[in-house]
Write a protein that binds this ligand. Structure first.
Ligand code: BG6
Length: 489
């Protein structure tokens, strides 16, 4: 057994990390347009002025709200990495040609909500924004590449955050519905695969990150935000099916398999609870259309009371997804014992796993974890699966115009091997999109943390030509796709 002949090989990006053109073509701002990287702490910070006009910085994180009377502001003397991204907005034809050269069958990208609805609550969309995405989708189709579109990749229009309090407000469901329905109508026939929310479960994962010490109020806010997003996602699924029965809609889960660090039953139980809260809670609602049996216990733990209406429950049941899609970079180990060796990871922190090696950014390299996650989630939901993010963030060096990224090839090879074993073990895996297939701005704002098969000439200060150049992994992945995953050497 092997990958199906129509297996969707490709790569993934998001609008705010690659598109650039932040104030071009009628686009409105999002919170990320006010984010710099603090030189000393390497933390992402939001820039704003307080009510007295003083310039201030605030770390990005779940639940951060501006002080009373303050407003976000771009400071002239600071560099905002997302403003130009890797300028996909002006390079998309060249980029798509490179994807085609690699043999891509699918390209995951996101639509910037504020490019279509600059404030977020307009009655009609910005036609320039529609024209841009239409041109990109047409270019993809012309090149035989299937678009896979994320509707929300961490970028709510700023106006909605400031005016309505963002996803804490039920009003966001209605406004998101309008945006999603616009996309479904406008791009009907061009786009078939849709993901309503990127890594929807990460608001809960973030709370458990080391050093956060979340309050009950932070838990309430996270569960409420999730509930509104669950309802919006379910509406999108139903609408997508109504508008075009060919549409396929997926959940998108941040896929971090947790491991108990020891076989102490307390660690086993902690691990079990991490799966429940971090992974199954969101997956169950999106795939089965109802909150799982352990939900009341989770809410009770933090005295959470939510705004949930009867119509939400009905909508959630009617709008279950067609596909299970997820990101996978690493696994995480948890323990109830005192642990000092804390390691980072995608939306998580955990204890160091002595059996694994770690990347320059401290993320575990665990190909087997991918197979474990695929097989566990397939057994649970029996939905076609797609890995929509996977890759190694690393520093690349140019030598005589070439980039020998053997480390990236090794990482990807290991993961694709495990995917194949999962397929042999019965998992219905339909696609794989490697993250940041063209270098882009990392979530932490760094350019030097690169994932791509294609190198982009831009550095952490924003210097560079945006020229594209093929890495060794480009030729390797081309071979992988041409052999449908058989030739991994
Ligand atoms: C995922 C996000 O969490 O991880 C991406 O969906 C992000 O937006 C990716 O870029 C990798 O994380 P980072 O921090 O290396 O960019």
């Amino acid at each position: 057994m092997s990958f199906s002949t129509d297996f969707l090989w490709g790569g993934a990006t998001s609008a705010h990390q690659c598109e650039g053109a932040w104030n071009v073509g009628g686009r409105g701002p999002g919170k990320r347009d006010y984010m710099i990287v603090d030189k000393e702490t390497h933390q992402r910070m939001l820039t704003y002025v307080d009510r007295s006009g003083k310039r201030c910085l605030m770390p990005l994180g779940s639940g951060t709200q501006l002080p009373e009377g303050a407003r976000y502001e771009v400071f002239d003397d600071r560099y905002y990495p997302d403003h130009d991204g890797v300028d996909f907005y002006h390079h998309y034809k060249e980029d798509i040609a490179l994807l085609k050269e690699m043999g891509f069958r699918v390209f995951r990208m996101s639509i910037s909500w504020s490019r279509l609805f600059p404030r977020g609550d307009e009655a009609e969309p910005n036609r320039q924004g529609i024209a841009f995405y239409r041109a990109v989708f047409e270019e993809l189709r012309k090149n035989g590449i299937e678009p896979l579109v994320t509707l929300w990749h961490d970028d709510t229009p700023l106006y909605l955050e400031e005016t309505y309090g963002g996803w804490q407000n039920r009003k966001l469901i209605e406004l998101y519905d309008r945006y999603a329905e616009t996309c479904l109508w406008e791009f009907k026939g061009l786009v078939k695969y849709w993901l309503p929310f990127n890594e929807i479960n990460n608001v809960l994962l973030f709370l458990d990150m080391f050093g956060k010490n979340p309050t009950d109020e932070m838990y309430r806010a996270a569960y409420q935000e999730l509930h509104y997003k669950f309802v919006a996602s379910a509406h999108t699924v139903a609408k997508a099916h109504e508008i075009d029965p060919n549409n396929r809609v997926g959940c998108m889960i941040c896929g971090v398999p947790f491991y108990p660090a020891t076989c102490d039953p307390k660690d086993i139980m902690l691990n079990h609870c991490m799966w429940e809260k971090g992974l199954l809670y969101s997956s169950d609602v999106l795939c089965k259309g109802e909150y799982p049996s352990f939900t009341e216990r989770l809410w009770r733990e933090h005295k959470v009371e939510l705004d949930i209406r009867e119509a939400d429950v009905v909508a959630m049941k009617a709008g279950t997804v067609d596909l299970y899609t997820f990101s996978y970079y690493m696994s995480s180990a948890v323990t109830t014992h005192n642990a000092t060796d804390i390691v980072g990871g995608n939306c998580t922190t955990g204890v160091r796993n002595q059996y694994l090696e770690y990347s320059e950014w401290g993320w575990a390299n665990d190909p087997l974890g991918l197979r474990y996650f695929l097989e566990r989630m397939y057994a649970q939901y029996k939905l076609p699966m797609m890995i929509v993010e996977n890759g190694l963030g690393a520093v690349d060096r140019i030598e005589n115009g070439e980039i020998h990224d053997e480390y990236r090839i090794d990482y990807l090879r290991g993961h694709i091997r495990e995917m194949k074993l999962a397929v042999e073990n019965g998992v219905d895996l339909i696609g794989y999109t490697a993250w940041g297939c063209i270098d882009l701005v990392s979530a932490g704002g760094e350019m030097k943390k690169r994932y791509g098969f294609v190198y982009v000439d831009k550095d952490d200060e924003g210097h560079g030509t945006f020229d594209r150049c093929r890495k060794d992994s480009f030729y390797w992945y081309k071979k992988v796709i041409a052999s449908n995953g058989e030739d991994l050497d």
